[in-house]
Design a protein around this ligand. Structure first.
Ligand code: FAD
Ligand code: NAD
Length: 469
């Protein structure tokens, strides 16, 4: 029988979320935590997702802005330099710094694949053979998510988001399947790297679920970059006689033909960006009598928790890390007998899509607010009508929208689509979280001539009665 080590908390998965749970579960206490990782400490976000994608996208946005600023020579993307910037941000996928960070906090880093084998019992398979960890208080599933690949595309060795963020061999022609966040961000950097990109979107719009103008502004911007968009087009099949595993980020074999309900598309590579699902299939849930659905519904014994992408909540790093801080504190509180720190219900989820222009949104869209039964008032302002925004670039794309509950004048949601729109978002997040009514927000004065003047125009565009308490 293998050796068993006992800890107060065992966290499975050392992505950004697992790291934060472990940190907050033991901080300022004598509790112990083991953090088990099967691949790289830092997770998908650090090496394959957020960081490399944003390292690629920022120079693209800066170069694009120079093409729309009188008095500046237009900058050109230099593909080799762009990939080198990405490489420096992922640091050779060396996670020793992340492991040191964990160990400096007193967390025990355990490498290997972890599975539940019973109540509070985890088996780790790794170097040196399997061994067991027993949790005195809590086991946390922070195992992230995995891509969903629709059947017609599964057999041709298509690219996933890892190939796109780790691209080393740029396909001449790339078909992207999907119209969500990965699709629009990857289309942006792949076009900048020189691919002839076609995006196949089964719905009528990009970025479904956002305010409708977000998808159309992004669609226009992608088309201006030479990206071909085919809306209302579904991939029904795919042929690739020479599909091969050539390694991540390299073209996976010979030409590929994507069959759609509206004809065929020939390409050198196909990127599947059709969503992700919580990674719960191989964590031993059956050994404790649970199914993945029960985890996603939150029907868990008091010693077991799921957080981050694995929980089915918004699959975003900052959201998962926030939930991890709350959960870590709750675990520490329960284990030490103190009360947990208060956490409000219904904190809003912010998100920035790093297209060019950016899409930044927090809280509800107008449609969601109406669906939820709110008596809604909205304000919309084109960026071009705001001096501080218009100074950022000559063509001034984009638009902002505020969704307000008429009763009480509280902000329910906000969407900003435009240059550096992400910078406008946190004020909306604070307004929603802090329940700051419109009549008070009017006294938070934006500087002149700054892009934050968008806020002034939005508040002015609301009915005058909302200016009174
Ligand atoms: C291309 C792309 C770009 C993105 N960009 C952004 C962005 O800009 N901003 C943003 O907020 N979000 C972004 N996301 C989403 C973000 O990457 C995820 O929300 C985030 O990584 C979730 O963190 P996590 O810790 O829950 O999971 P992960 O980062 O996936 O980490 C989970 C870890 O658990 C490990 N693991 C899994 N199972 C086991 C096991 N049984 N035993 C041991 N270890 C295990 C995995 O190896 C992994 O390291 C992006 C996603 C993609 C695909
Ligand atoms: N900047 C960011 O915050 C950022 C960046 C990238 C990814 N992410 C996160 O990663 C997650 C995954 O991104 P994603 O773009 O893969 O998912 P997504 O859910 O955003 O979009 C999936 C897209 O694929 C389409 N689709 C789904 N099934 C399909 C099928 N069978 N055939 C054709 N199309 C299909 C959907 O209609 C949608 O357009 C997102 O939910 C997001 O939270 C965040």
């Amino acid at each position: 029988m293998s050796e068993t080590h006992e800890y107060d908390v065992v966290v499975i998965g050392a992505g950004p979320v697992g790291e934060n749970v472990a940190q907050y579960a033991i901080e300022g206490t004598d509790l112990t935590a083991a953090l088990v990782e099967g691949e790289l400490y830092g997770g998908e976000c650090s090496y394959w997702a957020c960081i490399p994608s944003k390292a690629l996208l920022r120079p693209v946005a800066v170069a694009d802005t120079t093409a729309h600023l009188q008095g500046v020579a237009t900058a050109e993307i230099e593909p080799g330099g762009l990939l080198a910037r990405r490489d420096s941000w992922v640091g050779g996928r060396d996670d020793s710094g992340q492991v040191r960070w964990a160990e400096d906090l007193g967390i025990t880093a355990v490498r290997g694949h972890a599975r539940l084998v019973g109540e509070r019992e985890v088996e780790v398979t790794g170097e040196g053979g399997p061994h067991r960890l027993r949790a005195r208080h809590a086991v946390v599933l922070a195992t992230g998510s995995e891509p969903v690949v629709p059947p017609p595309l599964a057999d041709v060795h298509p690219w996933g988001s890892r190939d796109a963020t780790a691209v080393t061999e740029v396909p001449g022609r790339l078909v992207v399947v999907g119209g969500g966040v990965v699709a629009v961000e990857a289309a942006t950097w792949m076009a900048a790297l020189g691919s002839e990109v076609t995006v196949l979107v089964r719905g009528e719009t990009l970025l479904a679920g956002q305010e409708p103008f977000a998808g159309s502004v992004v669609a226009q911007a992608l088309q201006a970059k030479g990206v071909a968009l085919r809306l209302s087009t579904s991939a029904t099949g795919c042929r690739r006689p020479d599909a091969r595993d050539t390694g991540v980020g390299r073209v996976h074999g010979g030409p590929v033909t994507v069959v759609t309900d509206d004809g065929e598309v020939e390409a050198d590579e196909v990127l599947v960006a059709t969503g992700r699902r919580p990674r719960l299939g191989d964590v031993g849930l059956d050994t404790v009598g649970l199914t993945p659905d029960e985890v996603l519904e939150g029907r868990l014994p008091e010693w077991l928790h799921a957080v981050g992408d694995a929980s089915g909540e918004a699959p975003l790093t900052h959201w998962g890390k926030y939930r991890a801080r709350v959960l870590g504190d709750a675990i520490a509180a329960a284990a030490t007998g103190r009360g947990p720190l208060p956490a409000p219900d219904g904190a809003p989820v912010p998100q920035v899509v790093y297209t060019d222009p950016q899409v930044a949104r927090v809280g509800m869209t107008e449609a969601e607010a109406r669906e939820a039964g709110h008596d809604v008032e909205v304000a919309e302002v084109p960026f071009a009508q705001v001096g501080g925004a218009a100074l950022l670039r000559d063509d001034v794309p984009g638009r902002a929208k505020l969704v307000v509950d008429r009763k009480g004048g509280l902000v329910l949601g906000a969407t900003f689509v435009g240059t550096d729109a992400g910078q406008l978002l946190h004020a909306a997040t604070i307004a929603i979280t802090g329940r700051v009514p419109v009549h008070l927000l009017r006294h938070a004065v934006p500087s002149f001539p700054d892009v934050t003047e968008v806020w002034l125009r939005l508040l002015e565009a609301l009915p005058a009665e909302l200016r009174r308490p």
